[in-house]
Ligand binder design. Sequence first.
Ligand SMILES: *Cc1c(COP(=O)(O)O)cnc(C)c1O
Length: 368
Amino acid sequence: MENPIYVTQPSLPSLPEYTQMLQQIWESKHIANNGPFHKQLETELCNYLQVPYISLFSNGTLALITALQALRITGEVITTPYSFVATSHALHWNGIKPVFCDINQTDFNINPDKIEALITPKTTAIMPVHVYGNPCNKEKIQHIADTYGLKVIYDAAHAFGVFKNDESLLNWGDLSILSFHATKTFNTVEGGAIVCHDAKMKERIDHLKNFGFTSETTIQGIGINAKMNELIASYGLLQLKNIDIEIAKRQEKVNLYRNLLEGTKGITIFQDILNVRHNYSYFPILINKQQFGKTRDEVYEILKKNNIFARRYFYPLISQFPAYSGLPSANKENLTTASQITEQVLCLPLYAELENQNIERICKILNG
Ligand SMILES: *Cc1c(COP(=O)(O)O)cnc(C)c1O
């Protein structure tokens, strides 16, 4: 039996280089609370991502939860059921009701034409996700938000380094959040960030992630502890040095998959979107049972028997989990596209060190 191949495998920084950074931390004894590496990583990320302000977090979920606090969001928020469950959990943890909106066939993102019908007097914000790093329809979403006086918080967990028309997606809306979890294109083991537009908001977010402290003895607002420590920030600095190579390697893998699966009956693959600089965070395919002859779950099991662990991102829909399935907006009749895609999607293994011969093996299985 061949070695198991998982959907992803994190790229790690060079151990000797990391050891050197750890040595510096050991000498300074500054291990937490906005240390020198934390500050440096914020600066370097602003430069790399082309954003004005960034606040680092211990993970993406806490960044989402804090972003909603920072904007004082309440009531109902229109969001997508086609995402990682943390998107809705962050709303729930703020006592906000998620309202699920259907998605597009083409890019898996929230369908902006379906948003307006879901707005009620309680709606305060829209929380879309740039699924697999595909840019949402910013123009339509912002137009609706402006018309109804709603905030827009982008869950940009998949969109590290993604640009459209040379503009960072992370500058869209009121706030964007990132995740640096081990499974993401840019990883700091665990980590995350909020991107914002002005110094005042950055200050508010920095206070909120540190219990609400504004000085040694002053508390402003009920904060949480969501800070990134120096061991992680230094790790992040090394990862950032390699991120362009990481993305280029992923692109090569994606191109090989595309070549090998082009024309396979019953399998839909996706090409780069015009004027978008992608980060190749995932390689989703859709399996059409009528044309392919097997269901997505059958394909998933066949790959598994071959020690290849593809993942059904995103299945089930968030709206199908018991915690959310009772909500009126969780009704499948209003989520027809999401309900169809969740049954067809399979994300194939993708990471920088994935061997070409393994991609060939995976595609050979798929091609029968
Ligand atoms: C990974 C992810 C998150 C959560 O990030 P963590 O850093 O794991 O807390 C949130 N939303 C989406 C869409 C994600 O993929």
